[in-house]
Design a protein around this ligand. Sequence first.
Ligand SMILES: Cc1cc2nc3c(=O)[nH]c(=O)nc-3n(C[C@H](O)[C@H](O)[C@H](O)COP(=O)(O)OP(=O)(O)OC[C@H]3O[C@@H](n4cnc5c(N)ncnc54)[C@H](O)[C@@H]3O)c2cc1C
Length: 441
Amino acid sequence: METHQTIKKNIAILGAGFAGVKCALDLEKLAKKDKDLSSQFNIFLIDKKNYHLYTPALYEVATTAKADASGPVLKRIVTTPIEEIIKNRNIKFLQAEVENLNFEKRSISFKDGEALDFEYLVLALGAEPAFFGIAGLKENSLTPKSLEDGIKIRNRVRERFLEKKESDSILKVIVGGSGPNGVEFASELVGYIKELNKIHNKKIKAEIKLIDGAPHILPGFEHNVVKKASKRLEKLGVKTLGGFVISKVDEKNAYLKQLPPSNAPQENFTPEEKTENYDVLIWSGGVQASNILDSVNVQKEKRGRAEVNHFLKCTSPDKHLDISEKIFAVGDNSCFYDPLSQKPVPGTAKIAIEQAEIAAINIYNAIKLKPKVLYTVRPLPFSIPIGGKYAITKWGPFLFAGFFGWVLKQLVELYYLYSITDRASVVFGWWRGIKIFSKND
Ligand SMILES: Cc1cc2nc3c(=O)[nH]c(=O)nc-3n(C[C@H](O)[C@H](O)[C@H](O)COP(=O)(O)OP(=O)(O)OC[C@H]3O[C@@H](n4cnc5c(N)ncnc54)[C@H](O)[C@@H]3O)c2cc1C
Protein backbone atom coordinates (compact mmCIF):
# COMPACT_ATOMS: atom_id res chain seq x y z
CA MET A 1 0.00 0.00 0.00
CA GLU A 2 1.29 3.48 -0.81
CA THR A 3 2.36 5.90 1.94
CA HIS A 4 0.23 8.98 2.42
CA GLN A 5 2.80 11.53 3.52
CA THR A 6 1.63 14.91 2.30
CA ILE A 7 1.98 18.49 3.35
CA LYS A 8 -1.76 18.84 3.03
CA LYS A 9 -3.86 17.87 6.04
CA ASN A 10 -6.40 15.07 5.74
CA ILE A 11 -10.12 14.96 6.25
CA ALA A 12 -10.73 11.24 6.71
CA ILE A 13 -14.21 9.84 6.17
CA LEU A 14 -14.45 6.26 7.44
CA GLY A 15 -17.03 4.16 5.63
CA ALA A 16 -18.49 4.56 2.13
CA GLY A 17 -22.08 3.79 3.05
CA PHE A 18 -24.88 6.33 2.71
CA ALA A 19 -23.37 8.70 5.27
CA GLY A 20 -19.73 8.47 4.19
CA VAL A 21 -20.35 8.88 0.46
CA LYS A 22 -22.73 11.81 0.94
CA CYS A 23 -20.32 13.55 3.32
CA ALA A 24 -17.37 13.13 0.93
CA LEU A 25 -19.35 14.40 -2.07
CA ASP A 26 -20.69 17.44 -0.22
CA LEU A 27 -17.27 18.34 1.15
CA GLU A 28 -15.76 18.02 -2.29
CA LYS A 29 -18.41 20.37 -3.71
CA LEU A 30 -17.57 22.92 -0.99
CA ALA A 31 -13.84 22.49 -1.65
CA LYS A 32 -14.37 23.04 -5.37
CA LYS A 33 -15.77 26.50 -4.65
CA ASP A 34 -13.04 27.32 -2.15
CA LYS A 35 -9.50 27.00 -3.41
CA ASP A 36 -8.12 27.56 0.13
CA LEU A 37 -9.81 24.40 1.28
CA SER A 38 -8.71 22.27 -1.65
CA SER A 39 -5.13 23.50 -1.40
CA GLN A 40 -4.94 22.75 2.33
CA PHE A 41 -6.90 19.53 2.69
CA ASN A 42 -7.18 16.10 1.10
CA ILE A 43 -10.55 14.41 1.33
CA PHE A 44 -10.06 10.69 1.99
CA LEU A 45 -12.97 8.26 1.68
CA ILE A 46 -12.04 4.94 3.26
CA ASP A 47 -13.81 1.60 3.07
CA LYS A 48 -12.85 -2.06 3.23
CA LYS A 49 -15.05 -2.68 0.17
CA ASN A 50 -14.55 -1.00 -3.18
CA TYR A 51 -18.26 -0.47 -3.65
CA HIS A 52 -21.21 1.24 -2.04
CA LEU A 53 -23.99 -1.19 -1.08
CA TYR A 54 -27.61 -0.24 -1.55
CA THR A 55 -29.05 -2.06 1.51
CA PRO A 56 -32.78 -1.42 0.90
CA ALA A 57 -32.64 -3.88 -2.01
CA LEU A 58 -30.76 -6.59 -0.10
CA TYR A 59 -33.89 -8.60 0.67
CA GLU A 60 -34.44 -8.86 -3.09
CA VAL A 61 -30.94 -10.31 -3.54
CA ALA A 62 -31.72 -12.93 -0.89
CA THR A 63 -34.99 -13.99 -2.48
CA THR A 64 -34.43 -13.97 -6.23
CA ALA A 65 -35.03 -17.38 -7.75
CA LYS A 66 -34.22 -16.64 -11.35
CA ALA A 67 -31.13 -18.29 -12.77
CA ASP A 68 -30.27 -15.13 -14.74
CA ALA A 69 -29.74 -13.33 -11.42
CA SER A 70 -26.23 -14.69 -10.84
CA GLY A 71 -23.94 -13.32 -8.11
CA PRO A 72 -22.21 -10.82 -10.45
CA VAL A 73 -25.55 -9.64 -11.88
CA LEU A 74 -26.95 -9.09 -8.38
CA LYS A 75 -23.79 -7.28 -7.37
CA ARG A 76 -24.11 -4.93 -10.35
CA ILE A 77 -27.66 -4.06 -9.34
CA VAL A 78 -27.26 -3.40 -5.63
CA THR A 79 -23.78 -1.92 -5.55
CA THR A 80 -22.05 1.05 -7.16
CA PRO A 81 -18.26 1.01 -7.53
CA ILE A 82 -16.68 3.79 -5.45
CA GLU A 83 -14.45 4.53 -8.43
CA GLU A 84 -17.54 5.48 -10.40
CA ILE A 85 -18.95 7.64 -7.59
CA ILE A 86 -15.78 9.68 -7.21
CA LYS A 87 -14.82 9.83 -10.90
CA ASN A 88 -13.61 13.33 -11.85
CA ARG A 89 -13.94 14.42 -8.24
CA ASN A 90 -11.19 15.51 -5.95
CA ILE A 91 -11.68 12.68 -3.47
CA LYS A 92 -9.05 10.07 -2.71
CA PHE A 93 -10.41 6.59 -2.15
CA LEU A 94 -8.52 4.22 0.11
CA GLN A 95 -9.66 0.61 0.13
CA ALA A 96 -8.56 -0.58 3.55
CA GLU A 97 -10.03 -2.09 6.68
CA VAL A 98 -9.84 0.27 9.63
CA GLU A 99 -8.40 -1.55 12.61
CA ASN A 100 -7.71 1.11 15.18
CA LEU A 101 -8.11 4.81 15.88
CA ASN A 102 -5.78 6.89 17.97
CA PHE A 103 -7.34 10.23 18.82
CA GLU A 104 -4.33 11.58 20.72
CA LYS A 105 -2.08 11.02 17.72
CA ARG A 106 -4.92 11.69 15.28
CA SER A 107 -4.06 8.59 13.38
CA ILE A 108 -5.96 5.70 11.76
CA SER A 109 -4.37 2.29 11.45
CA PHE A 110 -5.46 -0.37 9.02
CA LYS A 111 -5.37 -4.14 8.85
CA ASP A 112 -2.78 -3.86 6.09
CA GLY A 113 -0.66 -0.89 5.18
CA GLU A 114 0.47 2.46 6.46
CA ALA A 115 -1.38 4.51 9.05
CA LEU A 116 -3.07 7.73 7.94
CA ASP A 117 -3.06 10.97 9.92
CA PHE A 118 -6.12 13.11 10.04
CA GLU A 119 -7.06 16.63 10.98
CA TYR A 120 -10.81 16.02 10.79
CA LEU A 121 -12.46 12.64 11.13
CA VAL A 122 -15.94 11.43 10.19
CA LEU A 123 -17.02 8.12 11.72
CA ALA A 124 -19.46 6.51 9.27
CA LEU A 125 -18.68 2.82 9.70
CA GLY A 126 -22.31 1.74 10.01
CA ALA A 127 -23.64 -1.03 12.22
CA GLU A 128 -23.21 -4.77 12.75
CA PRO A 129 -25.69 -7.40 13.86
CA ALA A 130 -26.14 -7.60 17.63
CA PHE A 131 -26.61 -11.09 19.09
CA PHE A 132 -27.21 -9.97 22.71
CA GLY A 133 -25.17 -12.88 24.02
CA ILE A 134 -27.84 -15.42 22.97
CA ALA A 135 -26.12 -18.82 23.00
CA GLY A 136 -25.65 -20.33 19.53
CA LEU A 137 -27.35 -17.47 17.69
CA LYS A 138 -24.30 -16.06 15.91
CA GLU A 139 -23.06 -19.50 14.85
CA ASN A 140 -26.37 -20.78 13.51
CA SER A 141 -28.14 -17.77 12.02
CA LEU A 142 -27.79 -15.79 8.82
CA THR A 143 -27.83 -12.02 9.13
CA PRO A 144 -28.92 -9.75 6.30
CA LYS A 145 -26.25 -7.06 6.34
CA SER A 146 -23.79 -7.33 3.46
CA LEU A 147 -24.04 -8.38 -0.18
CA GLU A 148 -22.40 -11.69 0.75
CA ASP A 149 -25.03 -12.18 3.48
CA GLY A 150 -27.84 -11.64 0.96
CA ILE A 151 -26.36 -14.21 -1.43
CA LYS A 152 -25.75 -16.63 1.49
CA ILE A 153 -29.42 -16.47 2.51
CA ARG A 154 -30.50 -17.06 -1.08
CA ASN A 155 -28.22 -20.10 -1.38
CA ARG A 156 -29.04 -21.56 2.06
CA VAL A 157 -32.81 -21.43 1.42
CA ARG A 158 -32.29 -23.05 -1.98
CA GLU A 159 -30.00 -25.77 -0.55
CA ARG A 160 -32.44 -26.67 2.24
CA PHE A 161 -35.28 -26.61 -0.30
CA LEU A 162 -33.45 -29.05 -2.57
CA GLU A 163 -32.69 -31.35 0.39
CA LYS A 164 -36.42 -31.91 0.90
CA LYS A 165 -37.14 -35.12 -0.94
CA GLU A 166 -40.87 -35.68 -0.29
CA SER A 167 -43.02 -33.47 -2.42
CA ASP A 168 -45.18 -32.33 0.50
CA SER A 169 -42.47 -31.76 3.09
CA ILE A 170 -42.21 -28.48 4.92
CA LEU A 171 -39.38 -25.97 4.68
CA LYS A 172 -39.23 -24.15 7.99
CA VAL A 173 -37.78 -20.66 8.15
CA ILE A 174 -37.59 -18.60 11.31
CA VAL A 175 -37.00 -14.88 11.08
CA GLY A 176 -35.98 -13.40 14.44
CA GLY A 177 -36.93 -9.74 14.81
CA SER A 178 -40.05 -8.25 13.27
CA GLY A 179 -38.85 -4.75 12.47
CA PRO A 180 -39.03 -3.59 8.82
CA ASN A 181 -36.11 -5.85 7.80
CA GLY A 182 -37.60 -8.97 9.37
CA VAL A 183 -41.00 -8.25 7.83
CA GLU A 184 -39.60 -7.66 4.33
CA PHE A 185 -37.43 -10.80 4.43
CA ALA A 186 -40.18 -13.07 5.80
CA SER A 187 -42.75 -11.89 3.26
CA GLU A 188 -40.44 -12.00 0.26
CA LEU A 189 -39.36 -15.55 1.11
CA VAL A 190 -42.92 -16.67 0.37
CA GLY A 191 -42.53 -15.69 -3.29
CA TYR A 192 -39.01 -17.13 -3.44
CA ILE A 193 -40.08 -20.59 -2.24
CA LYS A 194 -43.09 -20.53 -4.58
CA GLU A 195 -40.76 -19.78 -7.47
CA LEU A 196 -38.34 -22.57 -6.43
CA ASN A 197 -41.27 -24.99 -6.46
CA LYS A 198 -42.13 -23.93 -10.00
CA ILE A 199 -38.55 -24.18 -11.23
CA HIS A 200 -37.92 -27.61 -9.65
CA ASN A 201 -41.41 -28.93 -10.16
CA LYS A 202 -41.93 -29.64 -6.47
CA LYS A 203 -44.64 -28.96 -3.91
CA ILE A 204 -42.63 -28.10 -0.82
CA LYS A 205 -44.67 -26.15 1.69
CA ALA A 206 -43.16 -23.11 3.34
CA GLU A 207 -43.62 -22.40 7.05
CA ILE A 208 -42.25 -18.95 7.73
CA LYS A 209 -42.39 -17.64 11.29
CA LEU A 210 -41.61 -14.13 12.45
CA ILE A 211 -40.66 -14.03 16.12
CA ASP A 212 -40.31 -10.94 18.29
CA GLY A 213 -40.14 -10.11 21.98
CA ALA A 214 -42.54 -7.21 21.38
CA PRO A 215 -46.22 -8.14 21.53
CA HIS A 216 -46.74 -7.34 17.83
CA ILE A 217 -44.77 -6.90 14.62
CA LEU A 218 -43.14 -3.59 13.64
CA PRO A 219 -42.62 -2.35 17.21
CA GLY A 220 -42.62 1.44 17.36
CA PHE A 221 -44.73 1.88 14.22
CA GLU A 222 -48.20 3.44 14.31
CA HIS A 223 -51.19 1.18 14.90
CA ASN A 224 -52.56 1.54 11.38
CA VAL A 225 -49.28 0.37 9.83
CA VAL A 226 -49.05 -2.63 12.19
CA LYS A 227 -52.65 -3.60 11.38
CA LYS A 228 -52.19 -3.40 7.60
CA ALA A 229 -48.85 -5.22 7.71
CA SER A 230 -50.23 -8.00 9.96
CA LYS A 231 -53.15 -8.51 7.57
CA ARG A 232 -50.83 -8.69 4.60
CA LEU A 233 -48.52 -11.21 6.31
CA GLU A 234 -51.51 -13.34 7.26
CA LYS A 235 -52.66 -13.32 3.64
CA LEU A 236 -49.21 -14.46 2.52
CA GLY A 237 -49.23 -17.26 5.11
CA VAL A 238 -46.43 -15.85 7.29
CA LYS A 239 -47.03 -16.71 10.96
CA THR A 240 -46.15 -14.18 13.64
CA LEU A 241 -45.29 -14.93 17.22
CA GLY A 242 -45.08 -11.89 19.50
CA GLY A 243 -44.02 -11.71 23.13
CA PHE A 244 -41.37 -14.43 22.79
CA VAL A 245 -37.61 -14.01 22.74
CA ILE A 246 -35.10 -16.49 21.38
CA SER A 247 -33.11 -17.59 24.42
CA LYS A 248 -30.86 -20.25 22.87
CA VAL A 249 -30.18 -21.75 19.46
CA ASP A 250 -28.64 -24.98 18.24
CA GLU A 251 -28.18 -26.34 14.72
CA LYS A 252 -31.82 -27.32 14.35
CA ASN A 253 -33.83 -25.60 17.06
CA ALA A 254 -34.56 -22.17 18.44
CA TYR A 255 -35.59 -22.19 22.11
CA LEU A 256 -38.11 -19.49 22.95
CA LYS A 257 -39.14 -17.92 26.19
CA GLN A 258 -42.22 -15.83 26.75
CA LEU A 259 -41.83 -12.31 28.09
CA PRO A 260 -44.26 -11.00 30.68
CA PRO A 261 -46.80 -8.56 29.21
CA SER A 262 -45.72 -5.06 30.24
CA ASN A 263 -48.94 -4.42 32.20
CA ALA A 264 -49.02 -7.77 34.07
CA PRO A 265 -47.64 -8.28 37.60
CA GLN A 266 -44.19 -9.78 37.01
CA GLU A 267 -43.91 -11.83 40.23
CA ASN A 268 -46.80 -14.21 39.35
CA PHE A 269 -45.73 -14.68 35.78
CA THR A 270 -44.55 -18.13 34.69
CA PRO A 271 -43.07 -17.82 31.21
CA GLU A 272 -44.14 -20.33 28.61
CA GLU A 273 -41.25 -22.02 26.82
CA LYS A 274 -41.34 -23.35 23.27
CA THR A 275 -38.95 -25.12 20.93
CA GLU A 276 -39.21 -24.29 17.25
CA ASN A 277 -37.19 -26.35 14.79
CA TYR A 278 -35.99 -24.73 11.64
CA ASP A 279 -34.23 -25.33 8.34
CA VAL A 280 -33.07 -21.73 7.99
CA LEU A 281 -32.76 -19.12 10.73
CA ILE A 282 -32.48 -15.45 9.76
CA TRP A 283 -31.60 -12.98 12.49
CA SER A 284 -32.66 -9.37 12.12
CA GLY A 285 -33.31 -8.71 15.78
CA GLY A 286 -30.94 -5.81 16.36
CA VAL A 287 -27.77 -3.96 15.48
CA GLN A 288 -24.90 -2.34 17.31
CA ALA A 289 -22.21 0.09 16.23
CA SER A 290 -19.10 -1.08 14.43
CA ASN A 291 -16.67 -2.54 17.00
CA ILE A 292 -13.95 -0.10 15.91
CA LEU A 293 -15.57 2.37 18.29
CA ASP A 294 -14.95 0.01 21.25
CA SER A 295 -11.37 1.13 21.54
CA VAL A 296 -11.88 4.89 21.35
CA ASN A 297 -12.59 7.26 24.12
CA VAL A 298 -15.78 8.88 22.90
CA GLN A 299 -19.04 8.98 24.79
CA LYS A 300 -21.09 5.94 23.74
CA GLU A 301 -24.53 4.53 24.48
CA LYS A 302 -25.40 0.93 25.30
CA ARG A 303 -25.23 -0.30 21.70
CA GLY A 304 -21.80 1.21 21.24
CA ARG A 305 -22.85 4.14 19.05
CA ALA A 306 -21.03 7.45 19.51
CA GLU A 307 -23.28 9.99 21.20
CA VAL A 308 -23.24 13.20 19.19
CA ASN A 309 -24.38 16.73 19.94
CA HIS A 310 -26.47 19.02 17.73
CA PHE A 311 -23.50 19.66 15.47
CA LEU A 312 -22.97 15.88 15.12
CA LYS A 313 -19.67 16.13 16.91
CA CYS A 314 -18.53 13.38 19.26
CA THR A 315 -17.85 14.14 22.89
CA SER A 316 -15.23 12.53 25.04
CA PRO A 317 -15.47 11.49 28.70
CA ASP A 318 -11.76 12.34 28.90
CA LYS A 319 -11.63 16.07 29.57
CA HIS A 320 -7.96 16.25 28.59
CA LEU A 321 -8.56 14.92 25.13
CA ASP A 322 -9.65 17.78 22.92
CA ILE A 323 -11.60 16.09 20.18
CA SER A 324 -14.65 18.29 20.34
CA GLU A 325 -14.05 20.25 17.15
CA LYS A 326 -12.56 17.59 14.94
CA ILE A 327 -14.45 14.32 15.19
CA PHE A 328 -17.93 13.76 13.86
CA ALA A 329 -20.12 10.65 13.82
CA VAL A 330 -22.97 10.14 11.37
CA GLY A 331 -25.46 7.49 10.27
CA ASP A 332 -25.66 4.14 12.07
CA ASN A 333 -22.36 4.84 13.88
CA SER A 334 -23.87 7.74 15.76
CA CYS A 335 -26.52 8.18 18.40
CA PHE A 336 -28.42 11.44 18.25
CA TYR A 337 -31.27 11.90 20.74
CA ASP A 338 -34.35 13.40 19.16
CA PRO A 339 -35.07 16.43 21.40
CA LEU A 340 -38.84 15.75 21.14
CA SER A 341 -38.91 12.07 22.09
CA GLN A 342 -35.53 11.91 23.90
CA LYS A 343 -35.03 8.64 22.01
CA PRO A 344 -32.17 7.93 19.59
CA VAL A 345 -33.17 8.59 15.98
CA PRO A 346 -33.49 5.30 14.07
CA GLY A 347 -30.77 4.01 11.75
CA THR A 348 -32.06 4.72 8.26
CA ALA A 349 -30.53 5.71 4.96
CA LYS A 350 -32.42 9.02 4.97
CA ILE A 351 -31.08 10.00 8.40
CA ALA A 352 -27.56 8.94 7.40
CA ILE A 353 -27.74 11.18 4.31
CA GLU A 354 -29.16 14.16 6.21
CA GLN A 355 -26.57 13.89 8.98
CA ALA A 356 -23.77 13.63 6.42
CA GLU A 357 -24.88 16.92 4.82
CA ILE A 358 -24.66 18.67 8.20
CA ALA A 359 -21.29 17.10 9.10
CA ALA A 360 -19.83 18.25 5.77
CA ILE A 361 -21.03 21.84 6.31
CA ASN A 362 -19.76 21.83 9.89
CA ILE A 363 -16.29 20.63 8.92
CA TYR A 364 -16.15 23.33 6.27
CA ASN A 365 -17.40 25.96 8.74
CA ALA A 366 -14.91 24.82 11.38
CA ILE A 367 -12.06 25.27 8.89
CA LYS A 368 -13.39 28.69 7.82
CA LEU A 369 -14.04 29.68 11.47
CA LYS A 370 -17.72 30.19 10.72
CA PRO A 371 -20.58 29.29 13.08
CA LYS A 372 -21.70 25.69 12.85
CA VAL A 373 -25.17 24.59 11.80
CA LEU A 374 -27.56 22.50 13.88
CA TYR A 375 -28.85 19.12 12.86
CA THR A 376 -32.63 18.91 13.17
CA VAL A 377 -34.69 15.76 12.81
CA ARG A 378 -37.15 15.92 9.95
CA PRO A 379 -40.32 13.78 9.75
CA LEU A 380 -39.46 10.32 8.59
CA PRO A 381 -41.10 8.90 5.48
CA PHE A 382 -40.73 5.14 5.28
CA SER A 383 -41.53 2.26 3.01
CA ILE A 384 -41.90 -1.35 4.06
CA PRO A 385 -42.19 -3.84 1.20
CA ILE A 386 -44.32 -6.84 2.19
CA GLY A 387 -44.05 -9.45 -0.52
CA GLY A 388 -44.35 -8.95 -4.28
CA LYS A 389 -45.48 -5.59 -5.58
CA TYR A 390 -46.91 -4.50 -2.24
CA ALA A 391 -45.49 -1.97 0.17
CA ILE A 392 -46.71 0.26 2.95
CA THR A 393 -45.31 3.71 2.31
CA LYS A 394 -45.73 6.78 4.47
CA TRP A 395 -45.31 9.98 2.51
CA GLY A 396 -45.96 13.18 4.46
CA PRO A 397 -49.28 12.66 6.25
CA PHE A 398 -50.39 10.00 3.74
CA LEU A 399 -50.17 6.24 4.07
CA PHE A 400 -50.26 4.12 0.93
CA ALA A 401 -50.58 0.36 1.17
CA GLY A 402 -50.50 -1.92 -1.86
CA PHE A 403 -49.26 -1.49 -5.41
CA PHE A 404 -49.10 2.30 -5.25
CA GLY A 405 -47.07 2.04 -2.03
CA TRP A 406 -44.68 -0.23 -3.95
CA VAL A 407 -44.40 2.25 -6.84
CA LEU A 408 -43.57 5.00 -4.35
CA LYS A 409 -40.94 2.73 -2.76
CA GLN A 410 -39.22 2.41 -6.14
CA LEU A 411 -39.23 6.20 -6.55
CA VAL A 412 -37.87 6.71 -3.04
CA GLU A 413 -35.09 4.22 -3.87
CA LEU A 414 -34.20 6.11 -7.03
CA TYR A 415 -34.12 9.35 -5.05
CA TYR A 416 -31.75 7.88 -2.42
CA LEU A 417 -29.48 6.38 -5.02
CA TYR A 418 -29.36 9.52 -7.09
CA SER A 419 -28.90 11.81 -4.09
CA ILE A 420 -25.67 10.10 -3.17
CA THR A 421 -24.29 8.93 -6.46
CA ASP A 422 -25.69 11.47 -8.89
CA ARG A 423 -24.67 9.41 -11.98
CA ALA A 424 -26.84 8.32 -14.90
CA SER A 425 -25.66 4.72 -14.56
CA VAL A 426 -27.52 4.57 -11.25
CA VAL A 427 -30.81 4.96 -13.10
CA PHE A 428 -29.97 2.01 -15.38
CA GLY A 429 -29.01 -0.13 -12.37
CA TRP A 430 -32.26 0.82 -10.62
CA TRP A 431 -34.31 -0.13 -13.68
CA ARG A 432 -32.42 -3.40 -14.16
CA GLY A 433 -33.14 -4.21 -10.49
CA ILE A 434 -36.87 -3.65 -10.90
CA LYS A 435 -36.92 -5.92 -13.97
CA ILE A 436 -35.02 -8.77 -12.30
CA PHE A 437 -36.46 -8.57 -8.81
CA SER A 438 -40.09 -8.27 -9.85
CA LYS A 439 -39.89 -11.59 -11.70
CA ASN A 440 -40.64 -13.41 -8.41
CA ASP A 441 -43.73 -11.29 -7.79
C1 LIG B 1 -31.19 -5.42 4.91
C2 LIG B 1 -31.31 -3.95 5.21
C3 LIG B 1 -32.34 -3.21 4.64
C4 LIG B 1 -32.48 -1.85 4.91
N1 LIG B 1 -33.51 -1.16 4.32
C5 LIG B 1 -33.60 0.16 4.52
C6 LIG B 1 -34.63 0.92 3.87
O1 LIG B 1 -35.44 0.36 3.11
N2 LIG B 1 -34.67 2.26 4.09
C7 LIG B 1 -33.78 2.88 4.91
O2 LIG B 1 -33.86 4.10 5.07
N3 LIG B 1 -32.82 2.21 5.55
C8 LIG B 1 -32.70 0.87 5.38
N4 LIG B 1 -31.72 0.15 6.03
C9 LIG B 1 -30.84 0.86 6.98
C10 LIG B 1 -29.74 1.56 6.22
O3 LIG B 1 -29.08 0.64 5.37
C11 LIG B 1 -28.74 2.13 7.20
O4 LIG B 1 -29.37 2.95 8.14
C12 LIG B 1 -27.70 2.94 6.42
O5 LIG B 1 -26.99 2.08 5.55
C13 LIG B 1 -26.73 3.63 7.37
O6 LIG B 1 -25.75 4.25 6.60
P1 LIG B 1 -24.25 4.37 7.14
O7 LIG B 1 -23.50 5.13 6.10
O8 LIG B 1 -24.26 4.86 8.52
O9 LIG B 1 -23.73 2.86 7.23
P2 LIG B 1 -23.54 1.79 6.04
O10 LIG B 1 -24.38 2.12 4.87
O11 LIG B 1 -23.74 0.46 6.70
O12 LIG B 1 -22.02 1.98 5.64
C14 LIG B 1 -20.95 1.62 6.47
C15 LIG B 1 -19.72 1.39 5.60
O13 LIG B 1 -18.58 1.21 6.45
C16 LIG B 1 -17.77 0.17 5.93
N5 LIG B 1 -17.00 -0.40 7.01
C17 LIG B 1 -17.48 -1.00 8.13
N6 LIG B 1 -16.46 -1.37 8.92
C18 LIG B 1 -15.31 -0.99 8.30
C19 LIG B 1 -13.93 -1.06 8.64
N7 LIG B 1 -13.51 -1.61 9.77
N8 LIG B 1 -13.03 -0.56 7.78
C20 LIG B 1 -13.42 0.02 6.61
N9 LIG B 1 -14.71 0.12 6.25
C21 LIG B 1 -15.64 -0.37 7.08
C22 LIG B 1 -18.76 -0.80 5.32
O14 LIG B 1 -18.11 -1.60 4.32
C23 LIG B 1 -19.82 0.14 4.74
O15 LIG B 1 -19.57 0.46 3.40
C24 LIG B 1 -31.56 -1.21 5.78
C25 LIG B 1 -30.50 -1.94 6.33
C26 LIG B 1 -30.37 -3.30 6.05
C27 LIG B 1 -29.23 -4.07 6.66
